[in-house]
Ligand binder design. Structure first.
Ligand code: BGC
Length: 719
């Protein structure tokens, strides 16, 4: 790609200042079409004659940069007769910002730009302008920009000297065409309130936690300084709170030019609901501010509405946490000094994500990054891109490489994703086989401490002592259960692709057999859940009965963490305990999904007890209020409560199974899912005498109502 263009950079590093590259060109004949191919080491924003090119925010996006750097192609409008000017400002972004500083190889690369402009004239001739010595570079008004720390913009900056560029000796080998969805500006959010905190801080509340930035509109004299901090929540006294951002400064500084002006940041984003006006020496009016949510541009496919206002708010919260954490890669959180592509989080949330939004392209692209970061021994690191250079592979995190391709295949009928990932899936399973100290299990056998260092376990589960991050479930148990799960998914994928997977079938049988011998007794909720969901228990009913009893004895409260929670409701409803599943879903007391809603959450919290009943916050050390993992319960609502599933043997909803499971505590539930073959709707209404079901399917389906199965053709049905 971009074969004729050269990488250009700055003769002298500009430090914090974002350089602006510039090329003037003359047009003397009528232009039919103009195309710009472009990418940068960092993030860029291109402008033609002062007008932004395209809508991609933080282009070229986030990839495993060492091997993959996306190039974008834009059809340009606005080329005019006479002189034109193309400018490209380059910020540090993920590639050179603080976020990747532990990956010195990636982070240490110089700021650089590569581009090719092709002009196609009406007379049929063509001209190309490429990045080379003919470009110049100067300082931009962006004096500082970093994804974690924010931006400093001097609107009064009148431009410095234009200097010749430096040709950078960087390779073009890692350039690839754009694969993912573009990150774009999405919702615009009006603030709801301006108030003064007990400490005297002026705070603006947007009423919604989201990821993006604000647009500022002010009328001010030149030189006025505006400084704004971002925060997700208020502390128990109602003061502004940013400790949970850890070292991420998340501050915006804007130096005004004269008069009416509008500004929004260029190369950073924040996870926030509140802003604090640290310096704002003028009248404040809510109209000075608009929130702008940014995320990967995916089509919304799933909708859920029901008679319970709290649950509806909860579903909204899940959607908002997905939006905030689908900024080109699936991240844990959008606010603190992390925002990493954690595999465990993505793995547990992938199914919900695919129901909410068309996430096929998003995940396919990221899975290519995952494969790129897979270690030689087959280990799949915990985060991708592996900016922390972690050499570690944890159960339930690395398993994203088997779980997500299978999910994408099921949801979209995409066999390419299985083909592309099959080798990587196999290498992951082989890695576990080699890594374990005991055949057919994944045990580390190195003593408890080491074991925990290896695996995250049932991350943030509540059956551990208060303050601990790791639940009580034995990590050897979890690791061996996921070993079985991943091997089974590998076998299934192999069969779809027509491969000989007989040795893995045998391996799977041996894992199940050995697991049963080794782990006969279950004590935690998560152990019961995994044993049921991964078909490891020998006596399903006994295990399900015991789980339901544990939940009942615990006053219908869960104790599960990242590993157990996504499957918890399935483990109950699929084994005769639909009501217990609803008991948990509808629980309002701590710990529960609705507890968060009742405490004002507008996104999903990282910890069940992010804010305790007495107002005390979980330690600032690791406490995000925008972490989608526990939002994964939403796929249970789509697939069990509303009962909308693909037939596993006709994936991608070529055939559907629609088996709603209502509960009278909800008066009604209405769910729709846009599939590749049309929209499926499932609604139930609890009437006095009976429950009425209204189902629309665009594909042949098995509709299962209160145990009775009907084979139907596309159409609308009432039961
Ligand atoms: C992240 C998690 C992640 C975990 C791994 C945290 O810091 O925010 O969501 O999965 O580390 O243990």
């Amino acid at each position: 790609m971009l074969e004729q263009a050269l990488w250009i950079g700055c003769k002298e590093d500009m430090g914090d200042v974002c350089p602006q590259f510039c090329r003037k060109f003359q047009v003397e004949r009528e232009v039919k079409a103009a195309q710009l191919e472009i990418t940068a080491v960092g993030v860029y924003e291109a402008c033609l004659n002062g007008k932004r090119v395209g809508e991609f925010i933080l282009a070229p996006g986030c990839t495993a940069y060492k091997e993959r750097l996306q190039c974008q192609t834009y059809q340009l409008e606005g080329v005019r007769m006479g002189e034109n000017i193309l400018t490209v400002t380059v910020g540090k972004g993920w590639h050179r910002g603080r976020i990747s500083e532990k990956d010195t190889e990636v982070n240490g690369m110089p700021c650089a730009l590569i581009a090719q402009l092709t002009l196609e004239y009406v007379d049929g001739s063509r001209e190309t302008i490429v990045t080379d010595e003919s470009w110049s570079v100067g300082e931009s008004p962006i004096r500082f920009s970093d994804i974690y720390d924010g931006e400093v913009y001097d609107a009064g900056f009148s431009g410095g000297e234009w200097e010749p560029v430096k040709i950078e000796a960087l390779s073009r080998d890692r350039l690839i065409a754009q694969e993912g969805e573009e990150i774009r500006e999405q919702e615009r959010i009006r603030p709801v309130r301006l108030f003064t905190s007990p400490k005297g801080e002026r705070i603006v509340d947007f009423g919604q936690n989201f990821a993006g930035y604000l647009e500022l509109s002010v009328n001010a004299p030149a030189g006025t300084r505006i400084v704004i901090s971002h925060g997700e929540i208020l502390d128990s006294q109602g003061n502004f709170y940013t400790e949970n951002y850890r070292t991420a400064k998340a501050v915006l500084t804007y130096i005004c030019k004269e008069g009416q002006q509008t500004y929004k940041p260029h190369f950073t984003f924040f996870g926030f609901r509140y802003i604090r006006l640290d310096e704002f020496p003028m009248e404040v009016d809510l109209d000075c501010f608009r929130g702008i949510a940014i995320y990967s541009s995916m089509e919304r496919t799933g909708h859920i509405q029901c008679s319970h206002a709290g649950l509806n708010r909860f579903f909204e919260n899940v959607l908002w946490s997905q939006r905030a954490n689908f900024i080109d890669i699936p991240t844990d959180c959008p606010q603190r000094d992390e925002r990493m592509g954690w595999l465990g989080d993505a793995q547990v949330f992938a199914k919900t994500a695919c129901y909410n939004y068309d996430s096929e392209k998003f995940f396919e692209k990221w899975l290519r990054d995952v494969r790129c970061e897979q270690l030689e021994n087959g280990a799949v690191p915990d985060i991708v891109p592996n900016f922390w250079k972690t050499p570690k592979a944890s159960t339930a995190w690395g398993d994203a490489i088997t779980v997500i391709p299978w999910q994408i295949y099921q949801m979209y009928g995409n066999t390419r994703v299985l083909e592309e990932n099959f080798e990587a899936m196999k290498r992951w399973v082989d890695y576990i086989t080699k890594d374990s100290l005991e055949p057919y299990l994944w045990t580390s056998g190195q003593g408890a401490k080491k074991l925990w260092e290896k695996h995250y376990g049932d991350w943030l589960a509540l059956d551990a002592p208060y303050g601990s991050y790791r639940g009580a479930t034995d990590p050897d148990f979890i690791a061996s259960a996921f070993y079985a799960h991943s091997t089974l998914l590998l076998v299934k994928a192999g069969k779809v692709l027509g491969k000989d997977v007989s040795s893995y079938e045998t391996l799977y049988e041996n894992i199940v057999k050995t697991f049963r011998e080794r782990f006969g007794e279950y004590s935690t909720q998560t152990q019961h859940v995994l044993a049921l969901q991964f078909h490891l228990t020998q006596d399903r009913q006994k295990t399900a009965d015991a789980l339901a009893q544990m939940i009942r004895e615990n006053k219908n409260r869960l104790k599960t963490g990242f590993v157990g929670t996504p499957y918890l409701l399935y483990a109950l409803s699929e084994n005769g305990y639909v009501q217990s599943a609803y008991d948990l879903l509808l629980q309002e007391e701590y710990p529960s999904w609705l507890y968060e809603v009742n405490h004002g959450a507008t996104t999903i919290w990282e910890h069940w007890d992010g804010i305790r009943d007495d107002g005390v916050l979980w330690s600032s050390d690791m406490n995000s209020y925008n972490h989608y993992a526990y939002g994964s319960v939403m796929d249970w609502v789509y697939t069990v409560a509303a009962g909308i599933r693909t037939d596993e043997d006709a994936p991608g909803f070529e055939r559907a199974v629609i088996a709603p499971m209502p509960d009278r505590r909800l008066k009604w539930l209405e769910v729709s899912v846009k599939t590749r073959h049309g929209e499926i709707c499932s609604k139930w209404v609890c009437e006095e005498e009976k429950i009425r079901y209204e189902i629309t399917t665009p594909v042949p389906a098995a509709i299962i109502i209160e145990g009775k199965e009907y084979q139907v053709e596309p159409g609308s049905y009432i039961f």
